[in-house]
Every structure is written in C-alpha cells, then in structure tokens.
Design a protein around this ligand. Structure first.
Ligand code: NDP
Ligand code: 8X3
Length: 252
C-alpha cells in the first residue's frame, strides 16, 4: 500500500482528497492547523477505511521549524511517502492592490508559496532515495490569468506553477512525477476565508452558477493517481461549466 501526505486536510479539497485516497487504499498523513478537525477526520477514516493507516500532524506550513519537527516525528512506517499533495493555501482579501493589507500579502505568500516549498523540500529527499514518487500541487486558474483585486493571490499561484514546472525538470531523472491541478470557482471555505469570515460576501461569489465542489477535485486527483506508471498527467485546469475563464461566467 502507498502512503500519501496531504496538506490542508481539515477542509475543502484536502479533506475530500484524503477521504478519496483512503478509499483508493492509501495510508495517509493528514495535516492542518485545526486539531479538532484533524481528530474528527482521523476517526472517520479509521472507521470507514480500516485497512488504511492514518496519522495526523498538526502544524502551520508557514513555520519551517514546525514543518521539520512534524515530519521528523513520523513513525518509521510512515516515512516512505509515495504521494505528496500540496493543497494548503488561501486567498486573503479581495481589494485593489493599493487598498490591500500587507498582512494579507504576507499570509498568502508565506502559505501558498513558502509553505509549499518547505514541505516539498522536506519530502523530496525521501522520494529521491526511493527513486519514485508523485507530487500534486493544487494551483488555481488564478495561476493562469490575473484578475482585478487578486494580484498577490494570483502571483502566489503563478509561483506555484513555476515551481511545479521546475520540480518536474529537476526530478524527472529520479522517477518522480509532478502534477498540478488548477481549479476555477469551487465552493469550500475558500471564500469565507478570503472575506475574513463575511458569509454574505462569500456566498455572493457563487450567485447564479453551480460552482465546483471538493468532490470534483478529489475526482481529478483520483484520475491523476490512477494512470499507469508510464503516464504523467502534468497539468489539469478544471472549471464549473458556467465559467469560461476568470472574467466570463454565465450566471442565471
Ligand atoms: P479551504 O479554506 O476549504 O481549505 C484550505 C485548507 O488549507 C484548510 O485545510 C486549512 O487548514 C489549510 N491551511 C491554510 N493555511 C494553512 C497554514 N498556514 N498551515 C497549514 N494549513 C493551512 O479552501 P480550499 O479547499 O478551496 O483550498 C485548497 C487549495 O485549493 C488552496 O491552495 C486554494 O488556493 C486552492 N484553490 C481553491 C479554489 C476555490 O475556489 N475553492 C480554486 C482554486 C484553487 P487549517 O485552517 O486547519 O490550517
Ligand atoms: C480560486 C479561484 O478564481 O476564485 O483559486 O481565485 S478564483
């Protein structure tokens, strides 16, 4: 059985991906900052998928020392990681650049870019040793197109795409696959977090259309990880049917 390490497993895509990977027979290392959510998910996975061994690690991906300690604390049975899903991330704020809060900029860059780098840097050496592995970075349509009031979130996801391409170039010789998934609008806790807890603003993002949901992204990850060994799915961009691109959505 293979082992997967998932960041941001306490909500949205990460939670759905974790459940799906357990269903596919993976052992899991689920991570996030909210202890209670991790405990609840661990309990659910143990009860629904008893063949899958699950461990949880609670830490903030922005803290490299905490990432290092957490990964060093893994019991031997979890030290061979076959699949890393870099999913933890967020948008903070949706204001024009000049009106935005520098704290929001820091949070997005520190989580979406530096956090992803810290975790990847810690896990890649094991994959190189094994001469096999798979990294899936959850990027965004925001990594392809820049939209107003989203400059730094979009910059962070453009960086994720550059890192994905760079990793692919550097790791191909070690038998490590590197994939990215770039969703458009998906209803999770994403907009609630972006609007700092304003539920009305979060809801309004999806008015008049059917957004993607976390299961759609779990389906995509399932497709990527179930290809034959000789096939690498490099990048998938997935949108709601009513969203043509960042700018054009058909809302009823
Ligand atoms: P959610 O807000 O539902 O989930 C985000 C997850 O990231 C949570 O589990 C959260 O866990 C974790 N996280 C955030 N900050 C940190 C941190 N500093 N340290 C550790 N974990 C952290 O949003 P989604 O599921 O929608 O988002 C998942 C990914 O998908 C993100 O990278 C996002 O940018 C991307 N994305 C989302 C889209 C959408 O429309 N929903 C579309 C395209 C991409 P906790 O709070 O417990 O730490
Ligand atoms: C989230 C997608 O377009 O709402 O990454 O920013 S978008």
């Amino acid at each position: 059985m293979k082992t997967a390490f998932i960041t941001g497993a306490t909500s949205g895509f990460g939670r759905a991906i974790s459940v799906r990977l357990a269903k596919l027979g993976y052992h899991l290392i689920i991570t996030g900052r909210r202890t209670q959510r991790l405990e609840e998910l661990l309990k659910q996975l143990n009860s629904d998928f008893p063949a899958s061994k699950v461990i949880s690690l609670c830490f903030d991906v922005r803290d490299n020392e905490a990432c290092t300690k957490a990964i060093q604390s893994l019991p031997e049975t979890f030290q061979t990681i076959d699949l890393l899903v870099n999913n933890a991330g967020l948008a903070a704020g949706a204001l024009p650049f000049d009106e935005s809060d520098l704290k929001d900029f820091d949070q997005m860059i520190d989580t979406n870019v530096k956090g992803l780098l810290y975790i990847t840097k810690l896990i890649v050496p094991g994959m190189i040793k094994q001469q096999s592995g798979h990294i899936i970075n959850i990027s965004s349509i925001a990594g392809i197109e820049v939209y107003p009031n989203g400059s730094v979130y979009c910059a962070s996801k453009h960086a994720v795409n550059a890192i994905t391409k760079g990793l692919r170039l550097d790791l191909v010789k070690h038998g490590i696959k590197v994939s990215s998934v770039s969703p458009g609008m998906a209803e999770t806790e994403f907009s609630l977090v972006r609007y700092h807890g304003d539920a009305d603003k979060a809801k309004a993002v999806y008015t008049g259309l059917i957004p993607l949901n976390a299961e759609d992204i779990a389906d995509t990850v399932e497709f990527i990880v179930t290809r034959p060994a000789h096939v690498s799915i490099n990048d998938i961009q997935i949108n709601p049917a009513q969203q043509a691109n960042t700018y054009i959505s058909f809302r009823k």
